[in-house]
Design a protein around this ligand. Structure first.
Ligand SMILES: [Zn+2]
Length: 78
């Protein structure tokens, strides 16, 4: 949906893109862990309502990777 701009459920091509973040009017679409807050960008099909969330910031993706893919490594305070 992010790349195709097409709903996988109903093939509608009008996708609403709602960026996450306190200054983008979408403060609560987040994942929080430790002291980190990751904002999600939400893609909503305007016909059937199907929704996808993406972490768009590559630094945030790295944080997620460190936290959730390397459980032996404590990156809580990084
Ligand atoms: Zn749809």
């Amino acid at each position: 949906m992010k790349y195709s701009s097409c709903c996988p459920k109903c093939q509608n091509t009008e996708i609403a893109v709602v960026a996450g973040g306190g200054f983008k009017g979408n403060l609560y679409n987040t994942i929080t862990f430790g002291f980190s807050t990751v904002y999600l960008t939400r893609y909503v099909c305007t016909v059937c309502g199907f929704t996808e969330n993406y972490v768009d910031d590559s630094e945030d993706l790295q944080k997620m990777k460190d936290k959730f893919c390397n459980p032996g490594k404590d990156s809580e305070f990084v």
